[in-house]
Write a protein that binds this ligand. Structure first.
Ligand code: FE2
Ligand code: FE2
Length: 274
């Protein structure tokens, strides 16, 4: 087992646009899963998603290595899962000039866990935009999602699309760009994660699903960033969109079941007895 976690400093992925890294599973699971967030140093700086609570110190250090707390003007939450909202209250506490971009259903679903007062909220839904001084950012729902509150975020000035839980893939070790992954491992990983994140894919009319992929394709992203993937750039963008398009018809690895948990529990028990 690894005793330490690999430290990835923020990665510049486009002008004034940075991926903030975290991951889990390293050294303890067969694969590692990225837990990224993002910063856009627009005229009015934007933080996109807030990582896991257990990574709070590192998360805040990384964000504030790029932008001063008082300069953060917008905090955009893509959806209400714990890996995207883990530090939302801490970040908003630290950034007195920030407005929190959420939506009505996030408020309903988060309940009292959202400690930011309504006077600091703005509600932005799929298809809506907001101004950040030198550009408009567009909320666009990705094709794969696991919360009804989900919106991605597209920056037309850099071509970066924040895909939230879409285009996710496991890694064998923490890396910054999907170019570092074996090609088949990467595309198989997207298929598997797509099915895990959105099991309703099996229920959806394919024409309607394709329209949701077309919508992202039409943005012609230069870079796709997401919570659970290294950066996707260059020719990998078209490949990620293509494999997502074909996901409903492709088979995938089953999720670990009770027999796997039995093995884990035996290993833990043996470890204690040893
Ligand atoms: Fe999620
Ligand atoms: Fe997620």
């Amino acid at each position: 087992m690894h005793s330490t976690k690999t430290r990835l400093e923020p990665t510049p992925i486009a002008p004034e646009t940075f991926l903030i890294h975290d991951h889990q599973g390293e050294g303890t699971a067969p694969v590692t899963v990225a837990l990224n967030s993002m910063v856009i140093r627009a005229a009015e700086p934007v933080v996109i998603d807030t990582g896991m609570a257990e990574n709070r110190a590192q998360y805040l250090e990384d964000v504030f290595s790029l932008v001063e707390p008082r300069d953060v003007r917008w905090v955009f939450i893509s959806h209400d899962d714990v890996d995207h909202t883990g530090n939302v209250n801490a970040l908003m506490d630290a950034c007195p000039n920030a407005t929190l971009i959420i939506n009505w259903f996030m408020v309903e679903r988060m309940g009292a866990s959202l400690a930011v007062p309504p006077t600091r909220w703005r509600w932005i839904g799929d298809g809506e935009s907001f101004e950040v001084g030198d550009r408009s950012l567009h909320a666009v729902r990705p094709p794969i999602f696991d919360s009804p509150t989900t919106r991605g975020l597209f920056d037309p000035t850099t071509g970066v699309y924040w895909a939230s839980d879409s285009f996710a893939t496991p890694m064998l070790d923490p890396v910054r760009d999907v170019a570092a992954l074996d090609r088949a491992f990467w595309t198989d990983g997207i298929v598997t994660f797509n099915h895990y994140v959105s099991p309703w894919l099996a229920l959806v009319d394919d024409g309607r699903f394709q329209a949701t992929v077309d919508r992202i394709d039409a943005l012609q992203p230069a870079v796709i960033a997401g919570c659970h993937t290294p950066a996707i750039s260059g020719a990998h963008v078209a490949a990620a969109i293509d494999v997502t398009r074909r996901t409903p018809g492709l088979s995938y690895a089953p999720q670990p079941d009770q027999s796997v948990l039995d093995q884990i529990q035996r290993a833990l028990t043996d470890g204690i007895a040893a």
